[in-house]
Design a protein around this ligand. Structure first.
Ligand code: ZN
Length: 242
């Protein structure tokens, strides 16, 4: 299924698959190279990837001096605590560095799972609010739910990108549904101060966990039409920075 020629031949089969999965009562995730299928339902395993770590601090707030790597780990632990009843795996549970490609390899060891990579953003000082990145068709519903959930927890948004389809190593390369969330801008004064509040991070974590639960119970229902399948090569380190 990796050659474009075969993919064209197989497209009626893919359409059939879309139809047959819609009422599937068993888990509809599992590994799939392209991810050209509806989003997962009835999955039981969540892989949480706390972005950065160790020698890689990620973004650092000049307002609070907090590092992205510490905040992402804090968020991963909070989200895990909100997901009782699921099997939740943290790719890192302390301050150490993992290469992006190794994160992909670790995620691909699981079949019936979804991967959520957690980050905080940095950019122009007038931009604030959460953003969500996805690439695979089977990740669109979960991404939509996560973006809606974080936006409703966030008191304000300014000039941000919202939900974005972008080919990144952690949105294209895993063979399971995968989403990268940016929980807010550390480069925005007011938002960075807000993110430094444990109560706000807890509110975000709780809304994110709720979105994951809803995806597992409802699949893609209510998340709008699926995006078109795109057969793009895996993302490489030479692509745009993540
Ligand atoms: Zn990051």
């Amino acid at each position: 299924m990796r050659s474009p020629f075969i993919a064209i031949i197989a497209s009626p089969l893919i359409a059939l698959f879309f139809t047959s999965c819609a009422t599937d009562s068993v888990s509809s995730s599992g590994r799939d190279y392209w991810g050209h299928r509806p989003g997962p339902k009835n999955f039981e395993t969540i892989i949480l990837d706390a972005g950065h770590g160790g020698k890689d601090p990620g973004a650092i707030s000049k307002y609070t001096c907090e590092s992205e790597k510490d905040l992402t780990l804090d968020m991963a632990k909070r989200i895990k605590a909100e997901l009782s009843g699921f099997k939740t795996i943290l790719l890192r549970d302390h301050d150490h560095f993992i290469e992006l490609d190794d994160r992909v390899t670790l995620a691909n060891k699981r079949g019936d799972a979804v991967l959520i990579s957690i980050h905080f953003n940095s950019g122009p000082s007038h931009v604030r609010g959460p953003e969500t990145y996805y690439w695979r068709v089977d990740s669109h519903g979960l991404a939509t739910r996560l973006q809606r959930a974080m936006a409703s927890a966030s008191p304000s948004e300014e000039n941000n990108r919202g939900l974005v389809r972008r080919r990144l190593r952690l949105t294209r390369n895993p063979e399971i549904p995968c989403v990268l969330i940016e929980c807010g801008y550390l480069s925005h004064h007011a938002e960075s101060k807000l993110i430094s509040s444990a109560a706000y991070r807890q509110k975000l974590a709780s809304s994110i966990a709720k979105a994951i639960r809803t995806q597992s119970s409802d699949g893609d229902a209510g998340t709008g039409p699926l995006p078109r399948p795109i057969n793009a090569p895996p993302s490489r380190p030479t692509d745009a920075p993540e």
